[in-house]
Design a protein around this ligand. Sequence first.
Ligand code: FDA
Length: 305
Amino acid sequence: MTDWLGRTVLAVTERDFVRRAFTNTKPGRALARRFVAGESLDEAVAVAHELIAAGFDVSLDHLGEHVSHRQEAMQARNDYMACLDRIGSAGLSANISVKLTQLGMGLDDDLAASSLGELALRAAEVGTTVTVDMEESEYTDSTIAIYEKAQSEHGNLGIAVQSYLKRTRADLGRLIPLGGHIRLCKGAYAEPGEVAFQSNDDVNAEFDQLLGMLMAAQETKPAIASHDEARITAAKRLIPDREAPYEFQMLYGVRGPLQRQLLDEGLPVRIYVPYGAAWYPYLTRRLAERPANTLFFMRALFGRR
Ligand code: FDA
């Protein structure tokens, strides 16, 4: 969830000269490396191996979103196919996380839907699942529609939902009966007051309500995707009443000691591992969540000159 400072970071990082300062400088690329496993599949697989050896599960995200040509959307599908092939051949305890605007949603929804179906099919062949990330609110309807179709045809998908959206409670009524896994997060985009709660307190209160719904639903597998200790504590309180599987999820590079602590407590934890050359929009959302990250970058950039 992005507060006013986070929104400012998002607005500033959209500027071209700021983007260049991040992508063309050593401090910018170094900051990205804190949150991104690398630009190649090999680098991502190496990070996945380390995490899995430490006891985590992994979700691999080949970065990219909002493609402007069908060719790019088809390339994204092929990149994910290669990722699934590696998950299979390396025997990784990993699934994939996919943004539908990267597969062409918004440009050609049918193409995005058929690519998601192909990925789900290949994922089933290698014995894994596909999670559909949730993007800006203008795409929530089409994301859910494409997910619903793929999940009813293939049955090995899941979807992310955002507690900052006022509609999510109603959406869960549709999504839970589909039986896929559901990743609950706060939401990472700047959204207006008409559709989204604006205060941290409201977003957190809604998160806990939705968490209660998900943990009570034995037909779905909830993924508690947060680094917020209060949310994690709330989830832990619900574990004794849960019979079916659940897991915690955190982002690569964020709160490593807390990730480890949950694992040491015997809880299932999956780390979301992004990789690829198109890392800039992902990085800006990580900066907006914690504007102090931007200050580190500014200092490094300033010190360098
Ligand atoms: P909060 O932002 O309150 O952070 C709690 C604490 O965690 C902070 O005090 C800080 O210590 C630490 N922290 C959080 N973010 C940090 C950062 N970037 N750098 C350093 N420290 C940080 N969103 C979305 O809209 N669609 C999606 O599909 C997903 N998918 C997703 C998957 C997974 C596995 C996770 C963990 C998160 C997402 N998100 C997402 C992002 C999510 O919506 C949210 O923006 C971030 O998780 C930050 O929110 P927290 O719940 O961690 O709380």
